[in-house]
Design a protein around this ligand. Structure first.
Ligand code: 3HC
Length: 302
């Protein structure tokens, strides 16, 4: 009994009210999953048009989920979508909504200064108990957290695209993250119906540290003329069981995002051949061919 009391007393209350900052694909996905699992969610973006687009995106993604889940009961499906949508509201000013928030999940541009600026401002207005988390894929959590006075209540929650489908969340414990905060983030991930893995605050955490060099190796293999894009993609799908080949996945993740990650690592460790820049990737990004989202990357999209 003593143990139960101690552990429940040292644990913070469950996370119920969530602010998601950034109305892009990741932010919208995180908001969707949190709302679906009964959390009260505010999705924040400075740009109202982006917000409207992400709310539409959430609705159409929910309809895809519902089409399968409620195949025989379309009316119950409609009701489900409405119920979930009722859990989501929008705001353009983060400072005005964090006051009633248990958790802030940030999924904005991958720029350290911008993230620090945001968290530093929110730190001053958020309640004491509010946990801050970043969905960064490439920046150290400790560097982002350093702009606040709540290092113990700051961690990483790294989701995967498409968020509604991908079961994994990497929960990152930075050196300053308290055990209680880490436990809360693990519990929150489980409450989302996702599977958490525990990560240290190291470059790329687990998934991107393995996935990005793999995708870049595929590009190098192609650059050397050792295989066509199509063959490499088919080979990895049929020979290694990947749902997408590396070029399809690069286009899906975004070539700009992939380049940003690899460039950051190269800058810190230029002698590691895994992090060497790729001429083709750089060229495509310079031409604005960013993958599926821009209509063309390694492949063309309608
Ligand atoms: N919302 C809701 N449902 C979705 C969805 C979405 N955004 N995307 C896919 N689905 C569901 C739908 O039910 C869909 O059926 P529908 O077309 O009838 O609606 C079903 O999945 C199947 O989708 P598709 O027919 O389009 O294609 P797939 O069977 O290939 O599945 C996939 C799509 C789940 C995306 C699968 O291809 C996959 O797992 N790909 C790999 C994704 C991956 O590796 N992601 C990680 C990237 S790394 C990352 O994100 C980290 C970052 O830091 C860079």
């Amino acid at each position: 009994i003593v143990r139960t009391l101690t552990s429940s007393a040292s644990r913070s209350a469950a996370i119920k009210r969530v602010t998601v900052i950034g109305g892009g694909l990741m932010g919208a996905g995180i908001a969707q999953v949190a709302a679906t699992t009964g959390h009260t969610v505010v999705l924040v973006d400075m740009d109202e048009d982006i917000l409207k687009k992400s709310i539409k995106g959430i609705e159409s993604s929910l309809k895809r989920v519902v089409k399968k889940k409620f195949a025989d009961k379309p009316e119950a499906g409609e009701e489900f979508v409405q119920k979930v949508m009722n859990n989501v509201s929008m705001a353009t000013d983060a400072a005005s909504v964090v006051k009633s928030s248990d958790l802030v999940v940030e999924a904005i541009v991958e720029n350290l200064k911008v993230k620090q600026g945001l968290f530093s401002a929110l730190d001053k207005v958020a309640p004491e108990h509010t946990i801050f988390a970043s969905n960064t894929s490439s920046l150290p959590i400790a560097d982002i957290a350093s702009s606040t006075s709540r290092l113990d209540r700051f961690g990483g929650l790294h989701f995967f695209n498409p968020v509604p489908m991908m079961k994994l969340v990497e929960v990152i414990k930075a050196p300053g993250t308290s055990q209680q905060t880490f436990d809360s983030l693990m519990d929150f991930t489980k409450a989302l119906g996702k599977h958490p893995v525990s990560c240290k605050d190291t470059p790329g955490f687990i998934v991107n540290r393995l996935l990005v060099p793999y995708m870049l190796e595929a590009v190098r293999l192609y650059e050397r003329g050792h295989g066509s894009k199509e063959d490499i993609d088919v080979a990895m799908k049929l020979g290694a069981g990947y749902p997408m080949g590396p070029f399809e996945l690069l286009d899906y993740v975004g070539l700009d995002t992939s380049k940003f990650i690899i460039d950051g690592w190269y800058e810190k460790d230029p002698d590691n051949p895994l992090f060497a820049p790729s001429p083709i990737l750089n060229k495509l990004v310079a031409e604005g061919k960013l993958g599926k989202k821009s209509g063309e990357g390694f492949y063309k999209y309608k």
